[in-house]
Design a binder for this molecule. Structure first.
Ligand code: NAP
Length: 229
């Protein structure tokens, strides 16, 4: 994937990693970035085209696909943490987490696949988590596990049209999503830089920080999703 001259769509662009994706894609020479967000953001750069985009809203997804027909890179970054109990939370909240973290990204891949093919292949970048590999209580980790599986299957289906599909895994990173957590967190700028390096290198997977590399290396020892270092 040549980021220089690319036309990107970034979902969840109002968030911590989303803003960083927009900024670093432009720094690396992206010609245009469609910044998908549920709310208004002041971008202050003529190369950014704001896009009203709730990834669970079929009409907004359709409109985004129509507007961003020159896309060469789709960044499925939007994500939600969801409820913390699979047993006690209302099913609607659990379904909503999967709508945001799994079915929304799939709708965008399906929508943009023809435009990517027309552009010669391009790329899809899906933002997973180390919790795609490790289980925690609640809806988030199973939704990220499903998203990881979806990415791997979509990669096979898009191979014929030459679309690179990169899955990115990361641990705690300092963004609004983790603001309430009193834990060590990585710098979003470092994480995004590593992911974009891996994208440019043509990789299928980005282990974007030390946590991701450690957990990935220990995967063969995990039988129940529990991790002990
Ligand atoms: N931070 C971490 O430690 C960490 C670790 C592993 C993976 N991740 C993943 O990294 C990605 C970015 O998260 P972040 O850390 O940057 O968190 P964040 O600052 O909370 O950003 C999340 C973004 O997703 C957007 N979003 C949520 N639901 C959406 C929907 N239905 N439609 C469109 N946008 C929606 C949010 O929009 P609003 O601003 O409108 O709420 C926000 O822009 C997520 O996929 C997350 O799961 C984060």
């Amino acid at each position: 994937m040549d980021i220089n001259g690319s036309v990107a769509v970034v979902t969840g662009a109002s968030g911590g990693l989303g803003r960083e994706f927009v900024r670093q894609l432009l720094d690396r020479g992206a010609a245009k970035v469609y910044a998908g967000a549920r709310r208004e953001v002041d971008w202050d750069d003529a190369r950014v085209v704001p896009l009203l985009l709730d990834v669970t809203d079929e009409e907004q997804v359709r409109a985004a696909v129509d507007v961003a027909s020159d896309v060469t890179l789709l960044v499925n970054n939007a994500g939600a943490t969801g409820p913390r109990s699979l047993l006690e939370a209302p099913m609607d909240e659990i379904r909503a987490t999967f709508e945001t973290n799994v079915f929304g990204p799939l709708a965008l891949v399906r929508g943009f696949a023809p435009a990517l093919a027309k552009a010669g292949g391009g790329a899809v970048l899906d933002v997973h988590s180390v919790l795609s590999w490790l289980a925690t209580p609640g809806a988030y980790s199973p939704s990220k596990a499903a998203f990881w599986g979806l990415t791997n299957s979509v990669r096979l289906e898009l191979a014929g049209q030459g679309t690179q599909v990169l899955g990115a895994h990361l641990g705690y990173t300092d963004t609004p999503m983790t603001a309430a957590l009193d834990v060590a967190k990585g710098d979003p700028a470092d994480v995004v830089a590593r992911i974009l390096d891996d994208l440019a290198a043509g990789e299928d997977e980005s282990q974007a920080d030390e946590t991701a590399r450690t957990v990935r290396a220990a995967l063969s020892t995990l039988t129940t999703g529990r991790f002990t270092s």
